[in-house]
Design a protein around this ligand. Structure first.
Ligand code: BES
Ligand code: MN
Ligand code: ZN
Length: 501
């Protein structure tokens, strides 16, 4: 879908459909909607005055100008109460509009920038939110089946129209930023929505290589031999149960040479059966999403490169399947991670922290300024926080706070959980330095305590995204399926960091 920006008066545009808006409680609109209302002989204010809830949040009301304006249709979208409008609500509104327009069989439409006028949002930010919401809300995974005949075609073009020449530049920039971030998120969604037989560790590495090749990103892919040399015994241990070879992907975007890099680490379990500690078969198909952290890492790399951020970012992905077999890791086995620490395997289903241990060990060699890992790590985090917020933990409170700040603007919610030292008791082993499961109690925290052991020497934060990677119901700008959670959050954080540093 293309997004373009144009200066002009919305009521004078020839189009199949134009979008304007109305706040709840307003009966006589001002601004662009007011101009359209006058062109329509008061049709909008008439219905609003009669009590039609045109301004209700995400309410869709269609008007047919019948020659009174060059446009064939006018869609009035409700913005809700003025005091409740936020950037995140703007995204939700844009998503609802995009899907509504698409359902009419219309593929090209014009819109004003909601929230940029009287509502007083910064025009660049409002535009970014509008474009993000549109592209994110219109996302559909192509899949492998035939498309149902009755399903409407893809949207082709959104044109943003503004009468404010002084805001044109900010609107253009906001549109471009929004496009880049939304496309990077949809890219991550695509990777996660792929079935595991089309998204093996090798496939994931190929995806990273071609994404990197198209932009200014270095990409190195390691196989089992390299892992052996580096001493990645934990990643190799998880991988040994599968016929698919593991891959370790290291990407680097250098937008500011010479500074210490920021590292994003993603869990890339392309399918998690649990291994010998096998999961119940009900719902196991979902476990193709266990590489959502890896997908978000690729999405972040793609976005920071496309945005040309003045920052140095390294993306690390440990990728493998977790399957049972005659060669698989067994409960009670001991493996040695890259940094030299030994791990007793209690559950082969606690595989995410094993592969992350090696990735965090690899990160130490890059002398990072900060490391953030993203992982669908524990069912316990889903029990604690549901599908609303990701679990956020870390060894560096300034880093944790910076991520919380970024969360505010993106609507990708996080909630900090404590890393009290007493939780470490649960992962003490009799035969190794640490064990990989601390049982059911506080399992999101004990998993993070485990990771903490492997992230000594640099500021580190961890996002447990187990509840956020996937949604069964379309909600606002997040359609059913893979969510792409984490891309927008981390890009926002990196943008702020690039400005500050
Ligand atoms: N990938 C799972 C976590 C998960 C569970 C993600 C549900 C999404 C939905 C992870 O590898 C896992 O199996 N964790 C175990 C750890 C336990 C054995 C200590 C869990 O949380 O049950
Ligand atoms: Mn598991
Ligand atoms: Zn897993």
């Amino acid at each position: 879908m293309q997004v373009t920006v144009r200066e002009g008066l919305i009521q004078q545009q020839a189009a199949e459909l134009v979008v304007v808006n109305l706040f709840e409680g307003v009966t006589v609109p001002g601004g662009a909607t007011g101009a359209v209302d006058r062109a329509l002989g008061g049709a909008i204010s008439e219905r609003a005055s009669a009590g039609d809830p045109l301004g209700k949040f995400c309410q869709m009301s269609m008007f047919y100008p019948r020659g009174a304006m060059p446009a064939a249709r006018v869609l009035v979208v409700g913005l809700g109460k003025a005091e409740t409008l936020t950037l995140d609500r703007l995204r939700q509104i844009a998503a609802a509009v995009a899907r509504h327009v698409r359902a009419q069989g219309v593929v090209r439409y014009l819109s004003i920038v909601h929230g940029a006028g009287i509502a007083g949002f910064d025009p660049g930010q409002a535009t970014q939110a509008l474009v993000e919401g549109t592209l994110l809300g219109a996302y559909r995974f192509a899949g492998y089946g035939a498309r149902p005949e009755e399903e409407p075609g893809e949207l082709v073009e959104l044109t943003l129209v503004t009468s404010d020449a002084s805001a044109l530049e900010a609107i253009r920039e906001g549109a471009e930023t929004g496009r880049i971030i939304a496309q990077a998120t949809n890219y991550a969604r695509d990777l996660v929505n792929q079935p595991a037989n089309f998204m093996t560790p090798t496939d994931l590495a190929h995806a990273a290589e071609s994404m990197a090749r198209e932009r200014n990103i270095l990409c190195e892919v390691l196989g089992p031999g390299d892992m052996q040399e580096l001493g990645m015994g934990a990643l190799l241990g998880v991988a040994q149960g599968s016929n698919q070879e593991p891959r370790f992907i290291a990407m680097e975007y250098d937008g500011k040479p010479g500074i210490a890099p920021v590292i994003v680490v993603g869990k890339g379990i392309t399918f998690d059966s649990g291994g010998i500690s096998i999961k119940p078969s009900d719902g196991m198909d979902r476990m193709k999403d266990d590489m959502a952290g890896a997908a978000a890492t690729l999405g972040v790399m793609r976005a920071v490169a496309d945005l040309h951020l003045p920052i140095r970012v390294i993306g690390l992905v440990a990728a493998t399947e977790n399957l049972p077999s005659g060669k698989a890791l067994k409960p009670g086995d001991v493996v040695k991670a890259m940094g030299g620490l030994t791990i007793e395997i209690i559950s082969t289903d606690a595989e995410g922290r094993l592969i992350l241990a090696d990735a965090l060990g690899y990160a130490a060699r890059c002398e990072p300024a900060a490391v953030v890992d993203l992982a669908t790590l524990t069912g316990g985090c889903v029990v604690a926080l549901g599908t609303v917020a990701a679990g956020l933990m870390g060894s560096d409170q300034a880093l944790v706070d910076a991520l919380r700040d970024a969360s505010q603007d993106t609507g990708e919610l996080v909630w900090q959980l404590p890393l009290f030292e007493r939780y470490a008791e649960q992962i003490k082993s009799d035969v190794a330095d640490v064990k990989n499961s601390g049982g059911r109690a506080a399992s999101a925290i004990t998993a993070a305590k485990f990771l903490e052991r492997f992230s000594e020497g640099y500021p580190w934060a961890h996002l447990d995204i187990a509840g956020l990677a996937w949604t069964n119901e379309t909600e606002g700008y997040v359609p059913r399926g893979a969510t792409g959670y984490g891309v927008r959050l981390l890009v926002e954080w990196l943008q702020k960091r690039a400005l500050g540093a």
